[in-house]
Design a protein around this ligand. Structure first.
Ligand code: KG4
Ligand code: ZN
Length: 354
């Protein structure tokens, strides 16, 4: 019997039991992460090695460095994950891994590790879309949350509004037509001399600023649930340069607060419109930008006004981690979707194509 035939049988048994201990791996960008997740919701271990300090020296992620660091970090993180979860290799029922989207070299390190591990343990291999991972962080945070719900996914590489109709089934409602929200935060932060990744620090600075001080252009898009951050980002950066050239000074806290408000308003206006039009009763946030303080407050406020059930992962589950990959992997497995050993990294895969 071949590997896929053997693991198909094992997957069927896990589906019948509705239970699995999943070893999950994430290496799509600049965090190497390994987690152990029980039945999609319970995190037994969540190990992470961030490379941010090194990439900060270059002002952004250097793909070659990221890949090399993933290779070094994966084995020790795996050992730690088993130790912290209090399990042995034989207790792993399946291996889930991010296969895209992301940096190809970085993805390949995780995919190769996962394939070798799944083959050695003779257990099912599960291919997880990174964006689906972000959405699934909500299953860990809110143990009773079930589809359908509308989710705003905003990260460094993606900004989407999706309708999660069933586990593993998505309808794309809106997306960015250019930059991602996190990318806009990082680029505007640079003008304020905030080091990479600027989003979290800009958010902190904004807490002390006056959001009404500066005025930036409203975002225009053709699709009513779509985003466009490129024009806003350029307008904000140009305005800062003009003020400085005229000998004036930009008040960093007020600038950060005004920009943050413009981004959050744009994200929330479209998300709430999508919720309203689709008749959804639940709203979820996901992705690194979902740890933004103002976005969280606004989602709770506006969601509360509409009587929605609102879910948002704790900040550590919003940014890249492997626990979210384990959660997504569990539901893929329960849908009977397992991968063979020819699984390859797919750097540009979308959420809906799968
Ligand atoms: O989801 P994530 O960890 O990685 C990607 O898949 O891209 O998101 C990282 C992005 C970065 O652009 C970072 O600046 C942004 O999320 N971010 C934030 C905050 N925390 C992280 N942006 C705004 N406010 C925050 N508090
Ligand atoms: Zn991410």
């Amino acid at each position: 019997m071949s590997y896929i035939e053997r693991t198909r049988k094992k997957a069927d048994a896990l589906i019948a039991q509705k239970s699995a201990t999943i070893l999950a791996i994430e290496s799509s960008c600049d965090e190497t992460a390994v987690a152990v997740v029980q039945d999609g919701r319970r995190v037994l271990a969540n190990e992470i090695a961030s490379q941010i300090d090194i990439h900060a020296l270059y002002g952004g992620v250097v793909p070659e460095i990221a890949s090399r660091m993933h290779v070094e970090a994966l084995s020790p993180l795996y050992e730690n994950a088993l130790l912290h979860a209090g399990i042995e290799q034989k207790d792993i029922s399946a291996v889930a891994v991010t296969f895209g989207p992301g940096l190809v070299g970085a993805l390949l390190t995780g995919v190769s590790f996962a394939k070798a591990l799944a083959y050695a343990l003779d257990v099912p291999l599960i291919a997880v879309n990174h964006i689906e991972g972000h959405v699934s962080a909500n299953f860990i945070q809110s143990p009773t949350l079930e589809p359908p719900f509308v989710c705003l996914v905003a990260s460094g590489g993606h900004s989407h509004i999706v309708n999660v109709t069933r586990y593993g089934k998505y309808e794309l409602l809106g997306r960015t037509v250019d930059d991602a929200a996190g990318e806009a935060f990082d680029k505007v932060a640079r003008v304020l001399n905030i080091p990479y990744p600027g989003g979290p620090l800009l958010d902190k600075l904004a807490e002390e600023g006056n959001a009404e001080r500066y005025h930036f252009p409203k975002m225009h898009t053709e699709g009513k649930y779509d985003f466009s951050f490129s024009g806003l980002k350029t307008a904000v950066i140009n305005q800062a340069h003009s003020i400085r050239q005229a000998g004036g000074e930009v008040n960093a806290a007020d600038w950060a607060a005004s920009f943050r408000k413009a981004v959050v308003d744009a994200l929330m206006d479209r998300t709430m419109l999508a919720v309203k039009d689709s008749g959804a009763k639940k709203l979820a946030l996901a992705g690194g930008v979902a740890s933004n303080r103002l976005l969280r407050r606004e989602a709770l406020r506006r969601g509360g006004e509409m009587g929605l059930e609102v879910s948002m992962p704790a900040p550590a589950l919003c940014t890249d981690n492997a626990a979210m990959i384990g959660a997504a992997g569990f539901y893929r497995l329960m849908n009977g979707e397992i991968a063979n050993l020819d699984l390859n990294a797919q750097p540009s895969i979308r959420l809906i194509e799968q």
